[in-house]
Ligand binder design. Structure first.
Ligand SMILES: [Zn+2]
Length: 341
């Protein structure tokens, strides 16, 4: 199917929240990883999200250019073309963008969408995240409100963050502990400032999330924080104000923690670290198994068919697709595509 437009994406998140499942949001940095995401989602009959981070965009543009917006556009254009051939809906997101990177990443991408809309073409991305979690809540919401006003006119969805995700992802280094748990007061302020604007937004409300992956016991997730935030906002502003939540930093979480979060209104879960490992595990297996074929040892010539990058990248693509299928199953999105079968 074509990449989800605004109306389709809104329907995707409405259905997910109502039926207590979430869309896997897979970070990609190349054609190969984007294809893995599409394949895994299609084989799961799950709709989902493909997303590009600032670092992923810079990587995709090539090491000589390191232009985050350019790389994101290239990946998005590939996904627009390829997605037409898969029987599922996929939305295109950008991931964490701090205030000091808006000018280099989100805003040029929004301009690109506005240019396309002016000539009757579809939006480039479906949604963009602004991460103001390192700012005061006041400044975070001032910037978020301005973006949402513009996004509402462009049929773009905004993702914001309150509290702060710990750990490290890309070049975004998170909090140590202070803001790891958002509060009902913070999220009430979000609703007060953003809901009157109109448009649609997703909220990454943190509940102890940490980017990266750690041994059991390191991360103390408290999904009940999400329940408290939802109850507070519905009590004050009514059912219409119930949040659409995003789960960041979920690698290594238990299935029961994930399911509890889904029950409280998480509609999007970012999966990055687990995908990176699945991809690299397949490459490592190939290299160890074919040690004397990928290297020219003792004056030998190696084996062309095992050092051709396609040989191990194809294995990595399939391995990552399998991990995407696992994510869809964990998030209860398997078989839930809106695409008529
Ligand atoms: Zn994140």
């Amino acid at each position: 199917m074509p990449v989800a437009d605004y109306k389709t994406y809104c329907k995707m998140i409405d259905r997910a929240r109502a039926a207590h499942f979430a869309l896997p949001a897979v970070n990609v940095t190349s054609f190969t990883t984007a294809n893995a995401a599409l394949r895994g989602l299609a084989e799961s009959k799950s709709d989902g999200i493909i997303q590009v981070s600032t670092g992923g965009g810079a990587f995709a543009s090539g090491s000589a250019l390191k232009d985050m917006a350019l790389g994101a556009i290239s990946i998005a254009e590939h996904v627009h073309r390829a997605a037409e051939r898969y029987p599922i809906y996929v939305a295109l997101h950008t991931d964490h963008c701090l205030k000091d990177k808006l000018d280099k990443f989100v805003l040029p991408l929004v301009e690109e969408t506005e240019k396309r809309r002016a000539t009757g073409q579809p939006n480039l991305f479906t949604a963009h995240m602004f991460d103001g979690s390192n700012l005061s809540l006041l400044e975070n919401l001032e910037i978020s409100a301005k973006l949402l006003e513009r996004f509402a006119k462009d049929d773009l969805v905004l993702e914001i963050e309150t509290g702060a995700v710990g750990g490290e992802e890309d070049d975004v280094v998170g909090e140590k502990s202070a803001k790891l748990y958002t509060t009902p007061e913070d999220t009430l302020e979000v609703a007060r400032k953003l809901n009157p604007i109109g448009g649609r937004y997703l909220l990454a409300a943190t509940f102890g999330n940490v980017h990266g992956v750690y041994k059991p016991g390191h991360v103390k997730l408290k999904p009940a924080v999400l329940k408290e935030c939802q109850e507070a906002v519905v009590k004050k502003y009514g059912e219409k104000a119930r949040f659409y939540l995003v789960f960041h930093g979920g690698s290594g979480s238990t299935l029961s923690e994930i399911h509890e979060a889904l029950d409280y209104g998480v509609v999007k879960m970012n999966v990055d670290t687990d995908m990176q490992y699945a991809f690299t595990r397949a490459v490592a297996g190939h290299m160890f198994k074919n040690y004397d074929g990928v290297l020219k040892v003792d004056g030998e010539v190696g084996v062309k068919k095992v050092y051709d990058p396609r040989s191990y990248l194809a294995l990595a693509e399939v391995a990552m697709a399998e991990r995407v299928k696992q994510a869809a199953s964990d998030l209860r999105s398997t078989g839930k595509t809106m695409f008529p079968s």
